[in-house]
Design a protein around this ligand. Structure first.
Ligand SMILES: Cc1cc2nc3c(=O)[nH]c(=O)nc-3n(C[C@H](O)[C@H](O)[C@H](O)COP(=O)(O)OP(=O)(O)OC[C@H]3O[C@@H](n4cnc5c(N)ncnc54)[C@H](O)[C@@H]3O)c2cc1C
Length: 437
C-alpha cells in the first residue's frame, strides 16, 4: 500500500459481516480493501458457534459446500436447569440429514476460508492491520488511518469491527461533535466465554447420541448461568466440543462473578460433567455479544460510511443468531455500495438505501420482535430461578412412585404451584409469551 491510496470501498474487519460486504463489492468489479487486525481472519474471533448455511449460500453460491464446517446439526436440545435436575425439550429432526440448515463451526477455520473466497473474486485482504481511526473531512468519513501508518481513502468505509466496545471506531469517531454510536450500557452487552475441548470423535458421537459425522446442540438456561440472564451451551464439532455461554455484563458486575465462575459452575453441573469427562481444554476465549435489541441499534449509515453486523448491534440472542445477521447486513451494504458507484453518488441520501434494505428484511422484523426479550429476563430473575425450581418440584412429585395416590399427588402439585408461584407466575408466563410473540 502506498501512502495515499483510493479505493471504491474500505471494509474494516474480516468477520462474517466484513467479508460478506467485501465479497459482494469485489464480485461486481469494484476496488475494495478488507482490513483485519488479526494475524489472519478468524484469529481474533469467538463464536459458539452455529452457522446457517442458507445465508452463506446466498453470498458464495455452491462454493458453501467446500467451507470448513464441522458437523451438520441434526438435534437441538434446550434444557432448563436447577441444581439437581434439568427439564428438557429435545428435537431430533432427521430431515436435517438431507437438508441441513445449520452447522457447528470453528471461526479460526471458517473465517480464513470465507476471506479467501472474497480474495478469489478480487477483494484485497490485508491482515495484521489495525484501523486506528476513521478519517473525517468536512463532516464526512473519507478513509481510514491504520496502525501501519498508511492513510487509505475510499468513497465509502464499511465498518464491520464487531462490537468494538469502548475502544471501537464507532464510539470514538465524531461527526459534527456527535459519536457515530453512543456508549453501550452494561445491560446491553453480554459477556461470553468459550472453551474448545478436545474429545475423540467416536466418543462425541456415543455421548451425544449422534450418527457418524452428525452433530447436536445443547443450550441450558436457569441454574446453568447461576440465574443470570443468558445461557450456556455445548456444541459438537468434529473432534472437539465448544463449551461456553454468557450473561449480561451488568449482572456480572452486580454479582461480582467472573466468566470463569460461570464456566466452572456449568461444567460441574451433575448433568454436564459426565459429557465432558476426559475432554481437554485446548483454547479459552472471551468476547462480548450485543444485546441492546432494536432500541440499541445505532445509525447504520451516514456521510461516507455504513455499519454492519455486531457493530450495528444486529443480533438475536433468543435464537443465538448473529453470524447470519452479520452476513446479510454485509451483503446489503455491499449492494448499496455497488448502486452508489453506478450512479457515482455516495451521498448520505444514496447510502440510506442500506437502511431501507435492513428495514424491509427479516433482520429488522426479528430485531423488533425480540426487542423486549432480554430486558424481560433481566428484570424478572424469578423466571430463571424460582419458576424452574417450582417446575422441578412438580415433576419430582409427578414421577416419584412412593405409595401416594395420583389424586393426592395432583392436588399436592396444584397447591404447591398456587402457593409458591401463584398469579404472578401466570402473569409472568403471559408476559414472556407476549415478549416472544
Ligand atoms: C461465545 C459466542 C457464541 C456465539 N454463538 C453464535 C452462534 O452459535 N451462531 C451465530 O450465528 N452467532 C453466534 N455468535 C455471534 C456471532 O459471533 C456474531 O454475531 C458475529 O461474529 C458478528 O460478525 P461481525 O463480522 O459483525 O463481527 P466479528 O465476528 O466480531 O468480526 C469483527 C472483525 O473485525 C476485526 N476488527 C475489529 N476492530 C478492528 C480494527 N480496528 N481494525 C481492523 N480489524 C478490526 C476483528 O478482529 C474481527 O475479525 C456468538 C458470539 C459469541 C461471543
Amino acid at each position: 500500500m502506498g501512502d495515499e491510496e483510493k479505493f471504491d470501498a474500505v471494509v474494516v474487519g474480516a468477520g462474517p459481516a466484513g467479508t460478506a460486504a467485501a465479497y459482494t463489492i469485489a464480485k461486481a468489479g469494484l476496488q475494495v480493501i478488507l482490513l483485519e487486525r488479526g494475524p489472519k481472519p478468524g484469529a481474533k474471533n469467538v463464536m459458539g458457534g452455529i452457522l446457517y448455511n442458507h445465508y452463506l449460500e446466498e453470498i458464495v453460491g455452491d462454493a458453501w459446500k467446500e467451507a470448513p464446517l464441522e458437523r451438520p446439526i441434526i438435534e437441538e436440545r434446550r434444557w432448563i436447569m436447577t441444581q439437581k435436575a434439568f427439564i428438557g425439550v429435545d428435537y431430533k429432526n432427521l430431515r436435517n440429514r438431507e437438508h441441513p440448515h445449520s452447522y457447528s463451526v470453528l471461526r479460526a477455520r471458517f473465517d480464513p476460508w470465507f476471506a479467501e473466497q472474497a480474495e478469489k473474486v478480487g477483494a484485497m485482504v490485508v491482515p495484521e492491520t489495525v484501523v486506528e481511526r476513521l478519517i473525517v473531512k468536512n463532516g464526512r468519513v473519507v478513509g481510514v488511518g491504520t496502525g501501519r501508518g498508511d492513510d487509505i481513502f475510499a468513497d465509502v468505509v464499511v465498518i464491520c469491527e464487531g462490537i468494538g466496545l469502548g475502544a471501537g471506531l464507532l464510539e470514538k469517531t465524531l461527526i459534527n461533535g456527535i459519536p457515530l454510536r453512543r456508549k453501550l450500557r452494561p445491560n446491553e452487552v453480554a459477556m461470553a466465554v468459550k472453551e474448545i475441548m478436545q474429545l475423540d470423535s467416536g466418543l462425541i458421537e456415543e455421548r451425544f447420541n449422534c450418527e457418524t459425522g452428525e452433530g447436536c446442540t445443547i443450550e441450558c438456561f436457569g441454574d446453568s448461568t447461576m440465574g443470570m440472564s443468558g445461557f450456556m451451551f455445548i456444541y459438537t464439532n468434529k473432534d472437539t466440543l465448544s463449551v461456553g455461554g454468557g450473561a449480561l455484563l451488568s449482572e456480572f458486575n452486580a454479582t461480582l462473578r467472573s466468566p470463569n465462575d460461570l464456566m466452572e459452575h456449568f461444567k460441574n453441573h451433575p448433568s454436564i460433567k459426565p459429557m465432558l469427562r476426559g475432554a481437554e481444554t485446548v483454547e479459552y476465549l472471551a468476547h462480548l455479544i450485543p444485546e441492546g435489541g432494536y432500541r440499541g441499534i445505532p445509525k447504520v449509515y451516514g456521510p461516507g460510511y455504513l455499519v454492519c453486523g455486531d457493530a450495528a448491534m444486529l443480533s438475536n440472542p433468543v435464537h443465538r443468531e448473529g453470524s447470519n445477521l452479520a452476513m446479510v447486513s454485509g451483503r446489503f451494504a455491499g449492494e448499496t455500495v455497488i448502486h452508489a458507484k453506478e450512479t457515482d453518488d455516495f451521498s448520505e441520501r444514496r447510502l440510506h438505501e442500506y437502511k431501507g434494505k435492513l428495514d424491509n428484511s427479516w433482520i429488522m422484523a426479528d430485531m423488533r420482535k425480540y426487542d423486549k426479550a432480554v430486558p424481560l429476563l433481566e428484570h424478572n430473575p424469578q423466571m430463571l430461578t424460582k419458576y424452574p425450581e417450582i417446575a422441578d418440584r412438580a415433576l419430582d412429585e409427578f414421577f416419584r412412585v412412593d405409595g401416594t395416590s395420583k389424586w393426592e399427588k395432583q392436588s399436592k402439585i396444584l397447591k404447591m404451584v398456587r402457593k409458591e408461584g401463584g398469579l404472578k407466575m401466570v402473569w409472568d408466563t403471559l408476559k414472556a409469551a407476549w415478549a416472544m410473540k
